[in-house]
Design a protein around this ligand. Structure first.
Ligand SMILES: [Zn+2]
Length: 132
């Protein structure tokens, strides 16, 4: 193993499990905190499905519970983009953000995409979470 090069197949977030797409995006205890940040805005009994396609299907079915269905549906993409960019930061630059900063980056991204998609004038990133 060369010095400074990460050759382990371990997850860059928890360093406990093998890094797979399923683990990184839906089952890792770090990524789960991003999901829970959004789920906590709704009174849902959410159990994370085993597979990503099931996650998207069930998540989309819950959009009817939201007053803003379209916003609800882009949340998985925000979580996955935030997780992927953080994963790459850790993998390629040997840097990392703590979970609070990861959450904030995810919310800011969600806010930005909502503004771009729906041309709404939301004052802050925290406002957009209240509109789910
Ligand atoms: Zn992990």
């Amino acid at each position: 193993m060369k010095r400074g090069i990460h050759l382990s197949p371990r997850c860059f977030f928890c360093e406990e499990k093998a890094e797979t797409v399923t683990h990184l995006f839906i089952h890792c205890r770090i990524t789960l905190q991003l999901w829970e940040m959004f789920l906590s805005k709704k009174d849902l009994n959410w159990v994370m499905p085993r597979k990503i396609d099931q996650t998207l299907k069930i998540w989309s079915s819950y959009a009817n519970l939201s007053d803003h269905k379209d916003r609800w549906k882009i949340i998985p993409a925000c979580i996955w983009w935030a997780a992927w960019t953080e994963r790459n930061l850790r993998c390629h630059q040997n840097k990392s953000n703590n979970i609070q900063k990861m959450k904030m980056k995810c919310v800011v991204l969600f806010h930005f995409w909502c503004k771009q998609e729906y041309r709404e004038d939301l004052e802050s990133s925290m406002d957009v979470l209240g509109l789910l």
